[in-house]
Write a protein that binds this ligand. Structure first.
Ligand code: DGL
Length: 269
């Protein structure tokens, strides 16, 4: 069997990265784990996030993955250093790609970031942005209400609008900001509403496109593309409610030709 790329998230958010990986790398088999049962990771301690992330990673290592994509900003913020040091397969997170995409987009050097409490508290985005561009202005805001709403499958409509509006209000006073990073992989599922609330002059970016590009480059460097014509089915695992997971997955992939082939409960602990 061809080796797959492993992708992890606290829940359904990482599927936004999967969507882009499928678009840019259609021949690569993927194995996804969403730790829906313990989502959200945002309010959890660094220790908890590390432990849960390692459980998902060990599960994927048993499946002989050739590369790991941490499709969760919170897990990236707290574990990427450790994972890169300890694993002998390439590891890609979403924060550096998100920072690069924002730097590419901003015209006036004022970038906003929204993410979970954990991601914002870690300062990982500020660090990643300033490492590339030391004088960049960074405005950060934790939005703890958004990921749990997405996990419930509320992606648009009046409730989504109201929750997003309340969460983003503190950002509206920052007139200079021209770019907003969706620093949580759940947020691209609310992108339309976020864009409406922020207004047209703000460029709203997610890191998924840049993350998929980095994945592709890394496969190239390691000469590890799947050259076979037969692609094994993608596998999607959830630790939580299977019905709910399928329902949200179908919403995310509704405009594409990708078929959800296997969805199982994972037993991580
Ligand atoms: N999707 C995750 C992220 O990118 C977090 C959501 C959560 O579990 O709080 O940070």
């Amino acid at each position: 069997m061809e080796q797959a790329i492993g992708v992890i998230d606290s829940g359904v958010g990482g599927l936004t990265v999967v969507h882009e990986l499928m678009r840019q790398l259609p021949k690569e088999p993927l194995i996804y784990v969403g730790d829906t049962a313990r989502c959200p990771y945002g309010p959890r301690t660094e220790e908890e996030v590390k432990q849960y992330t390692w459980e998902m990673v060990r599960f994927l290592l048993k499946k002989n993955i050739k590369m790991l994509v941490i499709a969760c900003n919170t897990a990236t913020a707290f574990t990427i250093k450790d994972l890169k040091e300890k694993l002998d397969i390439p590891v890609i997170g979403v924060i550096k790609p998100g920072a690069r995409a924002a730097i590419k987009s901003t015209e006036n050097n004022h970038v906003g970031i929204i993410g979970t409490e954990g991601t914002i508290r870690s300062g990982a985005y500020r660090h990643a942005l300033r490492k590339i561009k030391p004088d960049i202005e960074v405005i950060s805001l934790a939005c703890p209400s958004l990921a749990p709403m997405v996990e419930k499958g509320i992606l648009d409509g009046p409730e989504a609008r109201q929750v997003v509006e309340t969460a983003l209000t503190p950002l509206l006073e920052h007139d200079a900001m021209d770019t907003l990073i969706l620093g949580c992989t759940h947020y691209p599922l609310l992108k339309k509403t976020i864009q409406e609330v922020m207004g047209e002059k703000i460029t709203v970016i997610s890191s998924s496109e840049e993350t998929a590009r980095e994945t592709s480059t890394t496969l190239d460097i390691h000469q590890n593309f799947n050259y076979n014509d037969s692609i094994p089915p993608h596998q999607f695992y959830t630790t939580g409610d299977l019905e709910k997971f399928i329902e949200i997955t179908q919403k995310i992939f509704r405009d594409s030709n990708f078929e959800m082939l296997t969805i199982k409960h994972a037993d991580l602990t």
